[in-house]
Write a protein that binds this ligand. Structure first.
Ligand code: MG
Length: 280
């Protein structure tokens, strides 16, 4: 989800980031429980129920439920986007997963007014090799983008790192028009973060920023269209899509991936990037 930000980039104090971490851990738990439940015959509404239970257990609320961009309130706590659906798919009991599908699950939680937002793509049973590779390339691009989110750099360093990673992985479409966003006391805030473009442009990255980085890739072209439900975004060419996202806080001693249970330590370590001492 990404539309209509206020202009200024909100900077968070250490105390505010600690609350955002709590929201991030709720998001991580819900995505893990949904991932573990993905199987043929499970409906996207079943997955939404899992996320609702986690919110209830954790005393958190949903970033998505009731979210309104002018087409009416969003009716669920997750977005569930299967195969050629890219993002913002509405869960439904009739929407049952089948062997070979690829489902993208996007989830946001609020704790004490502070948001966390993340997404994963999950394969259903055995999938075609190109589908598995698409999801892996998207996840890799996400981590490349996070690794480039450094205090002292510029916003488009992230965009460039995402695009460079994608080009290295293969011939994928990088979805146009959608991207990451600032996050904090609202889910969608400035700045908008493109998943492509040259490095060294845009606002300076400073301590206390929190950014949701979210590459969306397709096996075909980059064009999308919105369905009549006012939400679901599908590829124009019918090609399948993947979506991965994390919320990351920028600190002087490195990034802290608020929606990763290990704070990003393992994946960033593989890229030679040390996480902040505030990460576990
Ligand atoms: Mg997001």
């Amino acid at each position: 989800m990404a539309r209509g930000f206020p202009e200024r980039i909100q900077l968070k104090s250490a105390e505010q980031l600690a609350v955002m971490r709590q929201a991030g851990l709720v998001v991580a738990r819900a995505l893990r429980e949904m991932r573990d439940a993905v199987a043929p015959g499970v409906s996207t509404a079943d997955l939404d129920q899992i996320a609702r239970r986690v919110l209830h257990d954790e005393g958190a609320s949903s970033s998505f439920l009731g979210y309104d961009v002018g087409t009416g309130p969003y009716p669920a706590v997750i977005c569930a986007s299967v195969n050629d659906r890219v993002v913002h798919g509405i869960p439904s009991p009739a929407d049952k997963l089948a062997e070979g599908d690829l489902i993208s699950l996007d989830f946001g939680a609020i704790v004490d007014g502070w948001h966390g937002d993340a997404a994963i793509s999950v394969t259903v049973g055995e999938v075609r090799p190109d589908v598995a590779a698409l999801s892996a390339a998207c996840e890799e691009a996400l981590w490349a983008g996070i690794a480039a989110a450094r205090v002292g750099g510029r916003l488009s360093d992230i965009s460039s790192a995402v695009e460079t990673s994608v080009r290295r992985s293969g011939r994928y479409g990088i979805v146009a028009g959608y991207g990451g966003h600032g996050i904090g006391s609202a889910m969608h805030m400035a700045p908008h973060i493109l998943n492509y473009g040259p490095a060294g442009r845009g606002p300076r990255l400073v301590r206390g920023m929190a950014l949701a980085i979210e590459p969306m890739l397709t096996l075909g072209s980059r064009g999308t269209e919105q369905l009549d439900d006012g939400w679901t975004v599908v590829t124009v060419d019918g090609s399948w899509a993947a979506h991965w996202e994390h919320t990351v806080a920028l600190l002087d001693d490195g990034p802290w991936v608020l929606t990763a249970e290990d704070g990003g330590r393992d994946r960033l370590g593989e890229l030679g990037v040390a996480v902040s001492a505030r990460a576990p």
